[in-house]
Design a protein around this ligand. Structure first.
Ligand code: SRM
Ligand code: SF4
Length: 580
């Protein structure tokens, strides 16, 4: 496979965005981060460095619950840092789980957030502890490099590699892609690891990263914007493939992995009152052989590197490049860089974008247990219980794109001890006895840490679901899987536009209510009511849930019902509507 040397950014007609200047002047992501970390006069770092810090997997935030108090006391904001730990395919060892648990207690706010992209997030880290935190993450053979920033992010795939040989291959490809698309700058090692070579922090380039080589794939300006890749293994779409910039759909023919359909141009983010921004489902572009996957990923990335909009960050994602220039143009450009033609996409179908809960059998005689983790936030008794399980568990831990956790590879002899610990630490009530609505709930972080939140999300959704659960149970729908997704702003971190019920924060306490996405993640929902408070959300949904209970057709999903019943029309949100 050839690796193009990154070309210079083409001369733009419009002025480049501020971030392009920051990257340009950063000396491959160094900026003055080291100096900023050493400055004792503030708990923050400079605005420019905070943009660069994202490439290193960390965000400067402040505790928004304390803003008023700090303002009154004439103190600077309560600055804290979040770190995101990339876990390709979501699979980590019990030893790594124990380290993340320990680090979260020692340096962060004693919680672990399992994200919607199979990563860990730790919140509330003070500036003085940031370097030690990232170093310790690397010592656990994990890394924060490129978990954020204008680069390829954590690569997702179905979280159960032992479900079949295809699932195992999917994880292998996810890891290969992740490794190939890592930035090669030595800045990460210099700043956080004192130039030491630590296995998990190795960029994987096989080169001496500390020598600061030119980035062979990204070039000095990296990508115009963030970039996300997922691999799906039908019939499960638990990675929400159509929300990703680039996706691969495993195609199995005659009992072997024939290759992958390639999807491009998905994304969720939009801004309130800005029609030029919109969520968009990815297009199914082509088919590639397994040995072409990494090459295809690289070439798609380089086309976006060279043609993505570097003047307007709200128009810089791949979805807009494809929307503006057309899928045929994009495919031709990718093929010309590949030096060969791609095949035509093959048939596939998806059943659900949700997780499979409870115990499942693997192909290797071992079993897997998917636990429901509300909002993906591991804390308190659950955190203690998972720590005790990690101490004895011989298999692995797997993070899902639905913010849940799989205890994977449990040998029959191991199961009784794990079940006893689950019982002891209250997982039975927490993970088994919940409605299909709660199990299908996703909430982004929002307040108090997210600087972009307009309303609550993670702290609001459980209470809202408590109320909706009363209606759900009374209607006899406790077992019905319904996907409800909430975000504190329109950026879409919990993929709310792919929720059968979507809630998007508009102002404090008020949400836009969306209805009608496909249960399998292949249809966007549509705005139903604007800027309504929680109690009105319940009042709006109650009669719809009741009608669903009495009028639904066999196997009909909630998302399909609200369209058939005329509450909303099936939509495209300014772009492509994909139906199987
Ligand atoms: Fe996200 C920004 C949290 C998945 C679209 N996202 C943020 C930031 C970093 C806020 C910021 O820029 O200051 C949030 C940090 C909150 C906090 O306090 O921790 C944040 N995003 C999250 C997570 C943790 C949500 C969660 O509760 O799980 C997810 C971390 C994923 C990971 O491990 O990498 C997360 N974000 C997503 C997804 C879902 C996905 O990728 O499948 C999306 C929609 C898909 C997409 O990218 O289009 C998403 N996040 C955004 C956007 C809008 C991007 C856009 O194109 O407009 C922003 C804002 C931005 O980039 O300017 C954003
Ligand atoms: Fe923050 Fe908005 Fe993402 Fe929620 S959707 S985490 S509020 S950026």
């Amino acid at each position: 496979m050839s690796t193009d040397t990154a070309t210079a950014v083409p001369a733009p007609a419009k002025e480049l965005s501020k971030n392009e200047g920051i990257k340009d002047a950063s000396n491959y992501l160094r900026g003055t981060i080291l100096e900023g970390l050493a400055d004792p006069s503030t708990g923050a770092i400079s605005e420019d460095d905070s943009q660069l810090l994202k490439f290193h997997g960390s965000y400067l935030q402040d505790d928004r619950d304390l803003r008023n108090q700090r303002r009154q006391q004439k103190l600077e904001k309560a600055f804290i840092f979040m770190i995101r730990v990339a876990v390709p395919g979501g699979v980590c060892t019990p030893a790594q789980w124990l380290e993340i648990d320990r680090i979260s207690t020692r340096h962060a706010n004693d919680t672990i957030k399992i994200t919607t992209r199979q990563a860990f997030q730790l919140h509330g880290i003070l500036k003085g502890n940031l370097k030690a935190t990232i170093k310790e993450v690397n010592e656990a053979l994990l890394s924060t490099l490129a978990a954020c920033g204008d680069v390829n992010r954590n690569v997702n795939c179905n979280p159960n590699p032992h479900q079949s040989f295809v699932h195992a291959l999917a994880l292998d490809y996810a890891r290969q892609i992740a490794k190939h698309l890592l930035p090669r700058t030595g800045a990460y090692h210099e700043i956080w690891l004192d130039r030491e070579r630590v296995a998990g922090g190795d960029t994987g380039s096989g080169e001496d990263d500390s020598a600061d080589p030119v980035e062979p794939i990204y070039g000095k300006h990296y990508l115009p914007r963030k970039f996300k890749i997922s691999i799906a293994v039908p019939p499960s779409n638990d990675v929400d493939l159509f929300a990703q910039d680039l996706g691969f759909i495993a195609i199995v023919e005659n009992g072997h992995l024939a290759g992958f359909n390639v999807t491009v141009g998905g994304g969720m983010g939009q801004s309130h009152n800005n029609k030029a921004t919109y969520p968009r489902l990815a297009d199914v572009m082509a088919f590639c052989r397994p040995d072409q996957v990494v090459d295809v990923a690289e070439k798609v990335v380089t086309v976006q590197r060279d043609y993505g909009d570097r003047s307007d960050r709200k128009h810089a994602r791949l979805k807009y490049t494809i929307q503006d220039r057309g899928l045929q143009w994009f495919r031709a450009e990718v093929e010309s860089r590949l030096g060969y033609r791609l095949g035509e996409a093959r048939p596939f179908y998806f059943t659900t974008s949700g997780d499979r809960y409870g115990w499942t059998d693997g192909t290797d005689g071992k079993q897997h247990l998917t636990l429901f983790i509300e909002g993906g936030r591991v804390r308190g008794r659950q955190k203690e219980g998972l720590r005790e399980i990690a101490k004895i568990h011989q298999g692995d831990f797997r993070l899902t794109c639905n913010q849940n956790l799989i205890i994977g590879g449990i040998a029959p002899s191991e199961r009784p001890r794990i079940e006893a610990l689950l019982q002891e630490y209250g997982f039975d009530e927490a993970s088994q006895n919940v409605t299909g609505l709660r199990r299908g709930a996703l909430a982004c972080v929002a307040l108090p840490t997210c600087g972009l939140a307009l309303a609550e999300s993670e702290r609001n959704l459980p209470g809202l679901v408590d109320e909706l659960d009363k209606v759900i149970r009374a209607a006899g729908l406790a077992e019905q899987s319904i996907h409800i997704r909430s975000t504190g702003c329109p950026n879409g971190c919990a993929r709310p536009y792919l929720g059968e019920i979507g809630l998007v924060g508009k102002v404090p306490g008020k949400y836009n209510l969306y209805l009608g996405a496909g249960h399998n993640g292949t249809r966007l929902n549509k705005l139903y009511k604007e800027a309504i408070p929680n109690d009105q959300i319940i009042a709006e949904l109650t009669p719809i849930i009741q009608r669903f209970a009495s009028e639904r057709q066999p196997e009909e999903t909630f998302g399909d019902f609200v369209i058939r019943a005329g509450y909303v029309k099936a939509v495209t949100a300014g772009a492509v509507d994909f139906h199987n």
